[in-house]
Design a binder for this molecule. Structure first.
Ligand code: DMJ
Length: 565
């Protein structure tokens, strides 16, 4: 049975208070008198006074202690579910609250503003940004009625024949990935039809001189559109993070175009021979050459590395070229980017603004936190460590697992060490021995957009190590989201303006990845079903958290590397 967690409301009015009392009584099966178990029995007057005074003092010091220990969290902890099952139910409740708020106030819109309780589309017509991105989470959580509402909308409203330029990458990972995962989980042909139609339209983005997809594509004319900024360059991560989706679509439909166009991108990237397998964050669709020297595992660089290892796993290891590229990149990351902070020696991944021969910058985006799960996945291919060790266990696997664990700890600390318990968008780590704070958060970077990368890695590490610490950390993070990002009333959850300030100022936006990733990963983190749900040995999770099955590919890799590591 699931139950709702009352919010932390510092000044409860009497009506709310009595509601909460009622809840407490129900939960503990008590009558209203029984609630006050510490109520003294009648005694002679003087004894009564003394006892009262002692009780008052006790209560006073106990309250001081509680405030000191928990600060504003006390009311929340009071109701805290203790078992994994109850915690999973609490995550599901948060999803339901988010979904129902969206349904009530912004149904069908692409953007949801839970504070002003309204929605907006990005173009003239809706793309299904929130609904399509959430289909598989609805299926995984068994929310069948809500999934039926969503399906109706997809069938009756969603039409991708729109004269509108969409971002190629975002539309692929959120819409195409969402539809494909929903098709796999439900077997409902509607989702495959929509995916095939959308995939056809997206293919226009690849008609560039180099085969590197344009940043955008018009869904009606199917013409690719160069980025209006960055001198027309596409982001490297964006160009290289559509392959899982398009390859699965090729496998399902038998249309080889989806396969060849998407894998061709990796051939072009590799032909640049990036030193250490570390790619600059821009690549130009006209030339297929990298633009600029900035290298990072944060924005515009991140999922390039993620999709190398996942492409290898997706096709049941039939395409070793991607494993080879991945291994080269991990060696490069360890050589050029892994550093430690003072005083706690937190492992972090720095950035290179001027290529591999330049100095590193100790800046780390929250986005980088996906890499912990990626290193673990790369070390064991999704198996539990103890099983992987039974076959072969190399020094590289050991070191990748260690890096995965260390980075997960760092990412957790970026939550645990703020006033809200929520991580900011970006931190700067400290490399000076005479400074006693491991990282600082600049004012401009202090927001939290409900991003999933840390809980995603905690989920992967839990599955791979079975170390309960990852559930413990995941629960702490969920509590912080619950406490600070829940919107008053029934509208759902919102982003936070500054994680260093309590009480928080909320931002009027609820991201679709809150539903497709953050809450899905937290839900799966606490799952204890007898038969493991979506095992990592059979599935790859796309960069948007959409589980796609591994398969023996119909099509073969049409290229090989010019040089290998
Ligand atoms: C998601 O859309 C995806 O995880 C993407 O790869 C990175 N950014 C967001 C979540 O932070």
């Amino acid at each position: 049975m699931s139950f709702a967690i009352p919010r932390n409301v510092p000044n409860l009015d009497s009506e709310k208070r009595s509601e909460e009392d009622k809840y407490w009584r129900l939960k503990h099966n008590m009558s209203s008198d029984e609630m006050y178990k510490d109520k003294p029995i009648r005694r002679p007057r003087s004894a009564l006074r003394k006892t009262l005074r002692a009780v008052a003092l006790l209560v006073f010091f106990a309250s001081l202690w509680v405030v000191y220990q928990y600060g504003g969290q006390h009311r929340y902890d009071w109701m805290e579910p203790k078992t994994d099952k109850a915690r999973q139910a609490a995550v599901k409740e948060a999803f339901i609250r988010s979904w129902d708020g969206y349904k009530k106030y912004a149904w069908g819109y692409d953007v949801y503003q839970p504070l002003s309780k309204r929605g907006e589309n990005m173009g003239d017509d809706p793309l299904g940004w929130i609904i399509v991105d959430s289909l598989d989470t609805l299926a995984i959580m068994g929310l069948d009625d809500r999934l039926a509402d969503a399906r109706d909308w997809v069938q009756n409203v969603l039409n991708y024949d729109m004269d509108y330029e969409v971002n190629t990458f975002e539309t692929s990972i959120r819409m195409l990935g969402g539809l494909l995962s929903a098709y796999h989980l439900t077997g409902d042909e509607l989702y495959l039809q929509k995916a095939a139609d959308l995939g056809d339209r997206l293919l226009g983005a690849f008609n560039s001189p180099s085969g590197i997809p344009y940043a955008s594509v018009n869904l009606h004319t199917r013409e690719g559109v160069k980025s209006h900024t960055d001198r027309g360059a596409s982001s490297t991560a964006e160009a290289t993070t559509v392959q899982l989706e398009l390859k699965y679509l090729a496998q399902l439909t038998g249309n080889e175009d989806f396969w060849t166009k998407s894998e061709g991108v990796l051939q072009v990237v590799d032909a640049n021979k990036p030193p250490g397998g570390l790619v600059p964050i821009y690549i130009h669709p006209d030339t297929g050459r990298f633009q600029g020297k900035t290298i990072r595992l944060g924005s515009r660089g991140d999922s390039y590395y993620e999709y190398l290892i996942k492409q290898w796993l997706q096709t049941n290891k039939h395409e070793p070229v991607y494993r080879d590229m991945y291994d080269e990149s991990v060696a490069g990351i360890k050589k050029y980017l892994v550093e430690r902070s003072y005083p706690s020696m937190l492992t972090f991944i720095s950035e290179l603004d001027y290529g591999v021969n330049g100095p590193t910058s100790p800046k780390m985006d929250h986005l980088v936190c996906f890499a912990s799960g990626m290193f673990a996945l790369g070390a064991t291919d999704g198996q539990i460590v103890r099983d992987a060790k039974k076959q072969q266990w190399t020094r590289q696997q050991e070191s990748d697992m260690e890096l995965a664990r260390e980075l997960a700890k760092t990412c957790y600390e970026t939550y645990a060490r703020t006033a809200t318990g929520l991580a900011p968008e970006i931190v700067f780590f400290n490399r000076r021995k005479d400074v006693f704070k491991d990282f600082r958060i600049k004012a401009f970077d202090a927001h939290n957009l409900q991003r999933p990368e840390t809980v995603e890695s905690l989920f992967v590490l839990w599955r791979i190590t079975r170390d309960p610490i990852y559930r413990k950390w995941g629960w702490e993070i969920f509590k912080a989201f619950e406490k600070h990002t829940r919107v008053n009333g029934d509208a759902g959850y919102a982003s936070v303006d500054n994680v260093k300030e309590v009480p928080v100022e909320l931002r009027d936006n609820m991201e679709s990845f809150w539903l497709s990733e953050t809450l899905k990963y937290l839900y799966l983190l606490f799952d204890d079903s007898q038969e493991e749900v979506l095992p990592l040995t059979k599935y790859v999770f796309s960069t948007e958290g959409h589980p796609l099955p591994r398969f023996d590919p119909k099509f073969k890799t049409g290229w090989s590397r010019l040089t290998t590591s």
